[in-house]
Ligand binder design. Structure first.
Ligand SMILES: [Zn+2]
Length: 319
């Protein structure tokens, strides 16, 4: 990729935005990503709050554009390795093992009851949860995903976003948020809504990419050393926030949760190795080995949090 792509920021200074975690508007350049998700092929700026270190896209895309993208185009944008030629979804063994591990973890903290999977996709997790005694409800903005989960698997799914559904207060025993929070325009507001619909002591499981993972740090350093302005990283497409263990844990606390368990695991080992050759593969393999030895350096943050109160009502300028 050369540097002729359109600069989303037009070379302008960082736009003043209140940080979604601490309210500060002080931020510094962090790195660049590129994407054609929101129309023209553009480079986007990711900044980091100088006060709390939360990383986010700046300027943020327009909220209506984002929602329209998820409702109308998302299905076409994402990989669909599980869809066979007959149009049916055949969940792979590794995918099902991954879903099982998430339910195993949840069940260590909360008795089986009513679970909400936000961004449920085809409904694989809820389908499995049902066989284990859970009653499941899905939230999914993409009509193709939502229709499949409802019509083929017979799962209760609301097509849209969480706040549109307006669940009663203290309704769910558990909420599952897998690779979703980084797509939100207002993650703090969404966590507060999740807090509201959870029963007292209800459990939330969150998974999100770790921006401080060892391989992510290595990629950023590589591009910096090469003098490249843009990080070629397809997996960062559509992400508006980039969490670390620290920023996600703090946002959960600010939203009325107690963090019970948090770690960052290596999850995409084979895929990321297959994409590399020669010394890059060797370097990557070493970083993965080190990341697997640690519980904080993997590419995916996994958090179990318990509802322990209500969101702290603090005005942005007072944070
Ligand atoms: Zn901040």
């Amino acid at each position: 990729m050369d540097n002729t792509l359109v600069d989303h920021t037009n070379g302008a200074a960082i736009v003043s935005v209140n940080c979604n975690l601490c309210g500060s508007d002080a931020a510094k350049d962090f790195f660049r990503i590129y994407s054609s998700v929101f129309g023209a092929f553009r480079s986007y700026r990711v900044v980091r709050c100088t006060k709390c270190r939360l990383a986010y896209l700046n300027p943020p895309p327009i909220e209506e554009e984002i929602l329209s993208m998820y409702k109308n185009r998302y299905y076409e944008l994402v990989n669909r390795p599980d869809v066979a030629d007959d149009g049916k979804v055949h969940f792979s063994e590794s995918h099902l093992a991954w879903q099982k591990s998430m339910l195993d973890r949840l069940e260590r903290y909360v008795p089986k009851g009513l679970i909400c999977d936000i961004g449920c996709g085809y409904g694989a997790l809820l389908n499995l949860a049902r066989t284990r005694g859970w009653e499941g409800f899905g939230i999914e903005p993409s009509s193709q995903f939502a229709d499949y989960a409802r019509d083929v698997l017979g799962i209760s799914v609301f097509r849209g976003i969480l706040k549109e559904r307006a669940f009663p207060e203290s309704f769910f025993d558990a909420v599952h948020l897998n690779n979703v929070i980084e797509h939100y325009s207002d993650p703090h507001g969404e966590l507060s809504e999740i807090n509201r619909i959870l029963k007292p002591d209800g459990i939330l499981q969150v998974l999100t990419p770790n921006i401080m993972g060892l391989t992510e740090r290595g990629s950023r350093l590589y591009f910096k050393l090469k003098g490249r302005k843009v990080l070629e990283e397809d997996t960062l497409l559509q992400h508006l926030y980039f969490f670390s263990i620290d920023t996600l844990s703090r946002m959960l606390k600010e939203s009325g949760f107690e963090v019970l368990e948090v770690s960052a695991r290596v999850t995409n080992r084979r895929r990321s190795l297959e994409a590399r050759r020669g010394w890059k593969k060797l370097g990557y393999r070493m970083m993965l080995w080190l990341a697997e030895k640690s519980s904080r350096w993997g590419d995916m943050i996994i958090v179990i949090a318990k509802k322990c109160g209500k969101e702290k009502k603090i005005l942005p300028r007072e944070r």
